[in-house]
Design a protein around this ligand. Sequence first.
Ligand SMILES: Cc1cc2nc3c(=O)[nH]c(=O)nc-3n(C[C@H](O)[C@H](O)[C@H](O)COP(=O)(O)OP(=O)(O)OC[C@H]3O[C@@H](n4cnc5c(N)ncnc54)[C@H](O)[C@@H]3O)c2cc1C
Ligand SMILES: NC(=O)c1ccc[n+]([C@@H]2O[C@H](COP(=O)([O-])OP(=O)(O)OC[C@H]3O[C@@H](n4cnc5c(N)ncnc54)[C@H](O)[C@@H]3O)[C@@H](O)[C@H]2O)c1
Length: 474
Amino acid sequence: MSSAGENTYDVIVLGGGSTGENVADIVVKGGLSAVIVEAELVGGDCSYWACIPSKALLRGPEVLGEARAVRGAKEAVTGQLDVQETLARRSWFTGDGDDAGQVKWVEGAGIALVRGTGRFDGEKTVVVTGTDGTETRLTARHAVAVCTGSSAAIPPIDGLREISPWTPREATSVKEVPGRLVIVGGGVVGCEMATAYAALGSTVTVIEMADRLLPPFEPKAGEAVAASLKDKGVDVRTGVAVTAARREDGEVVITTDSGEVRGDEVLVAVGRRARTTEIGVEAFGLEPGRYLEVDESLQVKGVPWMYAVGDVNGRKLLTHMGKYQARQAGAAIVARARGEEVSLADWSPFVATADHVATPSVVFTDPQVATVGRTAAEAEKAGLGHRVVEYEIGWTAGASLFADGYQGTAIAVVDPDREVLLGVTLIGPAVGEMIHTATVAIVGEVPLSRLWHAVPSFPTMSEIWLRLLETYRG
Ligand SMILES: Cc1cc2nc3c(=O)[nH]c(=O)nc-3n(C[C@H](O)[C@H](O)[C@H](O)COP(=O)(O)OP(=O)(O)OC[C@H]3O[C@@H](n4cnc5c(N)ncnc54)[C@H](O)[C@@H]3O)c2cc1C
Ligand SMILES: NC(=O)c1ccc[n+]([C@@H]2O[C@H](COP(=O)([O-])OP(=O)(O)OC[C@H]3O[C@@H](n4cnc5c(N)ncnc54)[C@H](O)[C@@H]3O)[C@@H](O)[C@H]2O)c1
């Protein structure tokens, strides 16, 4: 191996996904120098194999569904989804795997980039091995931010790994739609991909081991998504365990505790694993393959110069939360480099408090599921006093204008002592754009008595806020 370079930066960012890019940007804006080490594509999973391509695949069917739900417009929708154009639009968004645009952004932001696979080689030191075997040794003056993300988990099911199942990467970068797709896992990826592939023309089977789809969400969310998937011809099997998998005459055969399912491909969507297996964290007493445990400023416990930000710490596996953590960790790194005090109190500029109490997410199924904060079950588990308020979104004038026969539910979990929101779930078409209102109310701990003065415009779906408050008052 040759040694191509020896470089010192204030901060090394290991992994140039959406999280790593943001850590580097914040520390450079704070006056420090930073280098990003990236093994694959700058931009990471979100840009090429996750959020962006999956949402691009889902948007066309969603638009058609919205048009078909309005009398007068639906008569104009006489054709079917154009599958090739849908795939082409998806590929346009991912740049067909070319990260030149993001590299340009990195350069413009004043961040150095070293391509290759990084591994710790001593305190604050990372050795990067390029594809040609060249090694570059990088040293950090202040911090190394581990932003290596997560990869698809493959459960230890007899024969499954051997049949090279699809992971979300294959599902989101598909060039040819399979006739029959079996999806193992009815969580967020499973439900979104079932929605997309049903629209793209596949015959889809979803196998979920829990007793409902989207288990961590309010039960009505999984029920509504299951009903809609079934309407679209998807075979939804809940409470079913997969016991074995094999390929037979070009087919995949998935054996479950209640019979066999056959398909052309199988997508495994049962969650994620931390990408910490081969980065040398064992040298610092950390366990490879596990999520890195951090304090509220995203500093790795027991290793003060190391930060773990984004998916790799396992706190919230969402792009926007990784980027939020990046802003907080970046601010903490800059402050500590200046010798300034870093407050770990809730909501300080250096901590990721929203991870615990106000994480929003939108599942882009039909109907959409938009949530923030705690579900009723989570409030119960945390021992928090709570009252649940529900209202049918379709009863608002805004929703009834948005779609004929609009079906949807709003669920608010309220702290009855402080009279503030603990959590909100919205289930229905286009609710994703409404959830930020709830995020602001929860982060701001806005009392319901004050929220009463936040008057929603008529006739918009936001009228749901007034209805929820009226229902709470009784
Ligand atoms: C199908 C799917 C759809 C999703 N949709 C959404 C969505 O709509 N909204 C949302 O908020 N979230 C979504 N997510 C989750 C989201 O993709 C992740 O939370 C996000 O990508 C995490 O970003 P990250 O930067 O922490 O990790 P990553 O994006 O995984 O980036 C980590 C980077 O580190 C690099 N790396 C790893 N190891 C090394 C090493 N040793 N040396 C150098 N580089 C290394 C990798 O190559 C990678 O580029 C989705 C996930 C999936 C699977
Ligand atoms: N729109 C979004 O924001 C979005 C979209 C996709 C993914 N994501 C993120 O990516 C993460 C990973 O998504 P995911 O769907 O892979 O994980 P997930 O944790 O959301 O769902 C995995 C599902 O698989 C089930 N399961 C586990 N083992 C199984 C088995 N052996 N057989 C059958 N079912 C099994 C679980 O019960 C669970 O319902 C999500 O938690 C989310 O944070 C977000």
